[in-house]
Design a protein around this ligand. Structure first.
Ligand code: ZN
Length: 428
């Protein structure tokens, strides 16, 4: 195939992904609109008419926003890949700063910044118009811009050296560089998993120990009952940014912390908070986190291998307008290979998302079942899930193909049915 042919195939794949996103959104909007006039039978008496109507409006507004967002990002991607701007920027940059790993990483970093600037207006609109309209936004302008600035500085301090290291590894280790680069990436992620809770999360949020009292006692008893070792239970000021709520763990071993959003504590009764924590402990007990991490590690190993193969092909660069004339040496272009791969990976991984989400939903069912068994009844978790759906205005009637493609969690109805139906309660 000619390089022009390859360029057309890549452009076709990008447009195909975009068309699939549009079709899924369209299906979902039609489904939600069809059901919007009456509370679905399964939720009669559970959710009131006003809240239900608001949840459908929120879903539709988000969907229209996503439509604009995906169109915009496809446009930017096509311009970046096919207008000739990247080859021009690269040769200009190289003319000034040379071809060292430091310069290559700086180029990648600058392209990353330029790309994120193109996304800023939509991100801003999402937070201060869409989320605001439905009463979720609590972020101030100062916090929002501060977050972006902190993100940029973290990228500079952590991301830039990592990029330099990857490019250096290409120089140092030759043909098997992709194995080394993958190893470096894995090591980086492990270090971050240990350091992030201590060094990074506190840059964005305040963490305070859950005060003494009945809730704390209840949660500690649950941890003891399930033999879950936790260093502490912390409350995070999630309300600083949004009224959406969540709970999670951070850290390893005796540094492990249970983190509850203040918004979650305000929304749920104590027994429901216990059920939510039991669900999270379920993820831990069933080893979902290491399994997911292992799968992600295998995925990135494959990614690095594919990248190393593409990086050796002259046509890979020429298809996007890079003139690689003279004696062919892939090492000169490795930064560009990383960039092109980074820009294009989503076009391929998009089609894998139904599989990863299906897998994730299986884990959610398992964690739900664990929580139900530990609590000896389904009611507290069902109560918590209903409230969380209501408070977050979650879509109760997604199109099955849409939720199958995108949802990392089963819908409320699916979770309730599974909790009430399958299997006897262990130990009850
Ligand atoms: Zn879960």
């Amino acid at each position: 195939m000619t390089t022009a042919g390859i360029a057309w195939v890549v452009a076709g794949l990008i447009v195909l992904k975009w068309a699939a996103q549009e079709a899924l959104d369209w299906l979902n909007r039609r489904h939600v609109t069809k059901h919007k006039d009456a509370v679905p039978k399964a939720f009669e008496g559970v959710i009131d008419e006003t809240t239900y109507r608001k949840s459908t409006e929120y879903t539709l507004a988000k969907s229209r926003f996503e439509q604009i967002e995906s169109g915009w990002s496809v446009l930017i991607l096509l311009i970046l890949l096919f207008s000739g701007v990247l080859p021009w920027a690269f040769s200009t940059f190289r003319g000034h700063f040379g071809g060292s790993a430091w310069a290559g990483a700086a180029f990648l970093f600058l392209v990353g910044i330029a790309l994120s600037i193109t996304g800023l207006p939509l991100e801003w609109y999402h937070q201060f118009r869409l989320e605001e309209r439905f009463g979720f936004n609590t972020t101030t302008q100062k916090t929002w811009w501060g977050d972006r600035l902190k993100g940029l500085l973290l990228g500079l301090v952590l991301g830039y050296p990592l990029l330099v290291l990857v490019l250096k590894l290409v120089e140092w280790t030759g043909a098997h560089w992709w194995l080394w680069a993958w190893g470096a990436m894995m090591a980086f992620q492990l270090i971050m998993a240990v350091l992030a809770p201590v060094l990074i999360l506190p840059l964005f949020n305040k963490f305070t120990p859950l005060p003494e009292g009945s809730l704390r006692e209840r949660l500690l008893k649950l941890a003891e009952r399930t033999r879950f070792k936790a260093g502490s239970i912390q409350v995070m000021d999630g309300s600083k940014r949004s009224r959406h709520s969540n709970a999670f763990f951070t850290g390893f071993g005796r540094f492990r912390k249970i983190v509850l959003f203040d918004t979650l504590i305000n929304q749920l009764a104590e027994v429901e908070l216990e059920a939510v924590l039991a669900h999270e402990i379920g993820h831990f007990k069933k080893k979902h986190i290491p399994k997911m991490l292992a799968a992600a590690a295998v995925g990135s190993l494959i990614g690095f291998y594919v990248l190393s193969v593409l990086a050796r092909q002259q046509w890979f660069y020429e298809a996007f307008g890079f003139r690689t004339g003279g004696p062919w040496s892939p090492d000169r272009y490795i930064a560009i290979a990383l960039l092109l791969f980074g820009l294009l990976a989503g076009t391929v991984t998009f089609w894998l998302s139904p599989i990863t989400h299906w897998w994730s939903r299986r884990y959610e069912y398992q964690a739900d079942r664990f929580a139900r068994d530990v609590m000896s009844e389904a009611a507290p978790l069902v109560g918590a899930l209903r409230k969380l759906n209501e408070k977050n205005l979650s879509n109760l009637t997604p199109h099955p193909i849409y939720s199958g493609f995108y949802y990392s969690h089963p819908t409320l109805l699916e979770r309730e049915e599974a909790l009430l139906a399958d299997g006897p309660i262990a130990g009850a």
